[in-house]
Write a protein that binds this ligand. Structure first.
Ligand SMILES: Nc1ncnc2c1ncn2[C@@H]1O[C@H](COP(=O)(O)OP(=O)(O)OP(=O)(O)O)[C@@H](O)[C@H]1O
Length: 366
């Protein structure tokens, strides 16, 4: 991704190089001197949420060829929370994030960041926001790791000396301390990814959007980074919106998951609640009495998701959460099947995703 001119001028610091539609709104055109925060809520009131998206829609193009990328989305992200944004390719996640950053102008609806309307293009809306879109930020490869952090702090309007200890801590936590004086070009892909994250956090943004933050990282680095994201949210009150196809990252890091498909939100709940819905529990029954005829009978009454006639003994997998388990037991008895083993398979986030979006993570939305 190319670094944008907007970045240099203090707008949201990341932009997509492939700006496919000139309806995208150049936030940098707005008066950069407006940093008075006058539209912020009265501090006597309860503080505004980190992000309030209200009825946002965005269509690209006209006529038959047009795409409704975001379709009437309403979403509030509380301060200090970590929210996962999931959806198949083309679901509208990036467009929604760009609307939140003021990079794409929605056709309808409003976006408020810490109470300030992004549509006003006022710098106050961007002061506390940063983003790492589509994998990695292009850091300045000739500069050292620490010089990059100082640079990004500066263009956020922060004196880099005042956040030097924050930079030390970030470098330390992300295992980059011994590379602090190494030019970024000499680092591995995984390390560059971590420098990207550190750069996003270098200026002290309070709301950050991270798109695929663990992409390209080895298992250990990804684990470190997930732990660091959780710590930043818990200890420093950072609000994080993570978009990723990596369910391990989402499960490990997020308090809440928002799933999108075809521009709309199809699920919005805590990870526990999404996984806890017993309706989709699958029961695996193993029995020597199972054969094609018995399974065909089961299929008439249940959703059979697997049958392994060659297992010893043969086994069938049936969606039978909650009270449906009683029905399954009755059906098996009526069919003369004596179970040798019965096991409940709890869905993981990937199963829930498949169920709600009709698509596997990484699959196409339309
Ligand atoms: N600037 C643009 N011009 C035209 N169409 C666009 C533009 N940006 C996005 N789209 C279309 O809008 C839809 C949503 O795209 P978006 O990039 O927001 O999805 P996504 O959920 O982020 O997908 P991915 O996971 O692949 O990044 C897609 O059909 C995409 O082709």
């Amino acid at each position: 991704m190319a670094r944008s001119a907007a970045s240099e001028r203090g707008g949201p610091r990341e932009r997509d190089a492939s700006e496919r539609d000139n309806s995208e709104h150049d936030a940098s055109e707005h008066d950069a001197s407006e940093r008075d925060g006058s539209r912020r809520a009265d501090p006597a009131e309860s503080p505004p949420a980190a992000l309030e998206i209200d009825g946002v829609s965005k269509r690209f193009g006209d006529g038959d060829e047009s795409v409704l990328a975001v379709d009437d989305v309403t979403l509030t992200v509380d301060r200090g929370s970590v929210v996962g944004l999931l959806g198949p390719n083309g679901a509208g996640k990036t467009t929604l994030i760009k609307c939140a950053l003021g990079i794409v102008l929605p056709d309808a609806g409003s976006v408020r960041v810490f109470g300030t309307d992004v549509g006003d293009g006022r710098r106050a809306a961007y002061a506390d926001v940063d983003a790492m879109l589509e994998g990695a930020r292009n850091d300045y490869w000739r500069l050292t790791v620490r010089e990059n952090l100082r640079y990004f702090a500066t263009i956020s309007g922060v004196d880099p000396d005042s956040v030097a200890s924050r930079h030390d801590r970030l470098l330390d936590r992300l295992d980059l301390a011994d590379k602090a004086d190494t030019p970024v070009r000499d680092l591995s892909r995984g390390m560059k990814q971590k420098v990207s994250l550190a750069s996003v956090l270098a200026g002290g943004a309070e709301l950050v959007f991270l798109d695929e933050p663990t992409l390209g990282l080895d298992v250990e680095s990804a684990r470190t980074l997930r732990a660091e994201l959780r710590r930043l949210a818990a200890e420093e009150g950072l609000t994080i919106v993570v978009s990723s196809h990596d369910m391990t990252t989402i499960e490990a890091v997020c308090d809440r998951v928002v799933m999108m498909a075809n521009g709309r939100i199809v699920a919005d709940d805590t990870v526990e609640a999404l996984l806890g819905g017993a309706d989709r529990d699958v029961v695996r029954v193993a029995s020597p009495d199972l054969d094609d005829a018995v399974v065909a009978g089961l299929r008439e009454r249940f959703e059979v998701v697997g049958f392994d006639p060659d297992a010893r003994p043969p086994a069938v997998e049936v969606v039978a959460g909650g009270d449906r388990l009683y029905d399954l037991t009755d059906a098996l008895r009526e069919a003369g099947v004596t179970p040798a083993a019965v096991r409940t398979l709890q869905p993981d986030l990937e199963d829930v995703f498949l169920d709600r979006t009709g698509t596997a993570p990484g699959g196409e939305s339309r």
